[in-house]
Write a protein that binds this ligand. Structure first.
Ligand code: ATP
Length: 428
């Protein structure tokens, strides 16, 4: 028998708008006689008292008839018959995933004519870590924690443990997943698990990952809030040496990433919103101290798109030239700083702000990012034409010159801008 424990109290603590949906689905499954469970990261997080929006449910039997029945009742359901899974989207936009308990992680359907009661156990066994391999039964027995592999005890001890010795061999992405969980949840791999991770890395298993798969793992690492921790942890495990040979990830790279992380924390909303692309700046920062062939190899290895490649290659480009262009002592016109920097794009400048060790350059880069890059004239192209500027390239050129004039404080009000344009017109 697995370790079982009543955790219905814990379910009480889950926000009502989430539980309301879980109850609807649990009732439905109960009515149809299917055992149904909460599983995976959701269970882990509610036991930790952390909010998690991604509800994963598993039924023993077949999720498809259950999903079909929900669809007939008017719910928005998408069904993947081949995998025996589906997603229910509720009217408030919240989504819940529903799957059939299955034996293999990657294949479905499995030749398994009779549904045995061990299907949940098998479903949990194919997962990555014990803390992710727990289930909470909703029906037949509401609130019963089903914990075959000691996940609860591991959580309490702050320990991350794989379910079996071949786990990282089966799927080396679990090394990255493990590091993210350690960093985010303050867990630590058990000695055995760490040893298995290190030997998987040394054995070259990360080389077996496809470019897109590796890219997605690296991207997720850099999108973690405290990604610098993860980067250092991966260094400890030898993962960077394995995936990016020729790029020694050392103190300088980590220092640059620390700075970028700090700028982001301190400057917050004043920095441009880079969206998901921000990871490219961190990647560039990491690769910057590698040999040129090493960095190029890394970019190839990750199968970046041409646009992403261009960003990283620019970061690896000539920072020295830019440092001389905007590093002069004394006052420097803001429009000059802006013009020097804007041709590289804001993400590249952001990466450089962490990489340069010249304080004046860094300050000017941050000034560009937080202020200069946002300056726009008040007048529009339409307004310029109304003021008598002939249609054509002159409109754009004047708008741009006006933007720079505003940056240098030559114009402030709308009136100033009009007068400025009229003056240029007279001169022309
Ligand atoms: P997050 O909070 O990052 O979403 P999560 O644990 O919910 O974390 P998902 O990627 O949504 O992560 O995966 C859901 C569940 O599927 C996990 O909890 C884990 O049990 C299982 N899982 C995901 N990826 C793997 C994998 N590569 N190998 C084994 N199990 C996995």
């Amino acid at each position: 028998l697995p370790w079982q424990e009543d955790v219905s109290q814990v379910l009480e603590g889950v926000p009502g708008d989430i539980m309301e949906k879980v109850r609807i689905l649990a009732d439905k499954a109960k009515g149809m006689g299917y055992p149904i469970y909460l599983v995976g990261g959701f269970v882990r997080d509610i036991l930790l008292g952390r909010r998690n929006e991604d509800v994963d449910l598993v039924v023993e039997g077949d999720a498809v008839p259950l999903l079909e029945s929900l669809a007939r009742e008017g719910l928005d359901v998408s069904i993947h018959r081949r995998y025996g899974t589906g997603t229910i989207t509720f009217s408030d936009g919240r989504k819940v995933d529903l799957a059939t308990a299955r034996r293999e992680f990657y294949e479905y359907p499995v030749a398994q004519p009779t549904v045995s009661m061990d299907s949940l156990k098998h479903d949990l066994y194919r997962r990555d870590f014990t803390v992710n391999a727990m289930a909470v039964c909703l029906s037949p027995q509401w609130g019963l924690l089903v914990d075959y592999f000691g996940g609860r005890a591991d959580l309490k001890r702050g320990q991350l443990r794989v379910l079996h010795n071949l786990s990282f061999v089966e799927d080396p992405t679990r090394i990255f997943r493990g590091v993210r969980l350690e960093g985010r949840l303050g867990l630590r791999m058990s000695q055995d698990t760490e040893r298995l991770a290190i030997s998987a890395v040394r054995g070259g298993l990360l080389n077996l990952l496809s470019g897109p798969k590796l890219r997605s793992e690296v991207e997720l690492i850099f999108l973690e809030k405290d990604f610098v921790w993860d980067v250092e942890r991966l260094r400890e495990l030898g993962a960077w040496d394995a995936v990016f040979p020729g790029v020694p990830v050392g103190a300088s790279g980590v220092k640059a990433l620390r700075k970028l992380s700090m700028f982001r924390r301190r400057l917050g909303k004043d920095l441009p919103d880079f969206g998901r692309d921000v990871w490219l700046a961190f990647l560039g920062g990491l690769l910057y101290f590698g040999s040129p062939w090493g960095a190029r190899g890394a970019v190839d290895r990750l199968s970046l798109s041409p646009r992403e490649r261009e960003v990283v290659e620019k970061i690896l480009g000539d920072l020295g030239a830019v440092e001389s262009a905007i590093g002069a002592k004394g006052e420097m016109r803001w429009s000059v700083i802006c013009k020097e920097l804007e041709r590289f794009g804001r993400l590249v400048v952001f990466a450089w702000s962490g990489l340069t060790d010249k304080w004046r350059v860094r300050r000017r880069m941050l000034l560009y990012l937080t202020r200069l890059s946002k300056v726009l004239p008040m007048l529009t192209g339409r307004d310029l034409i109304d003021l008598g500027v002939p249609r054509g390239p002159m409109v754009g050129a004047l708008l741009d010159a006006l933007r720079l004039a505003r940056m240098d404080g030559e114009v402030e009000t709308l009136e100033d801008e009009r007068a400025w344009v009229l003056k240029r017109l007279v001169e022309a």
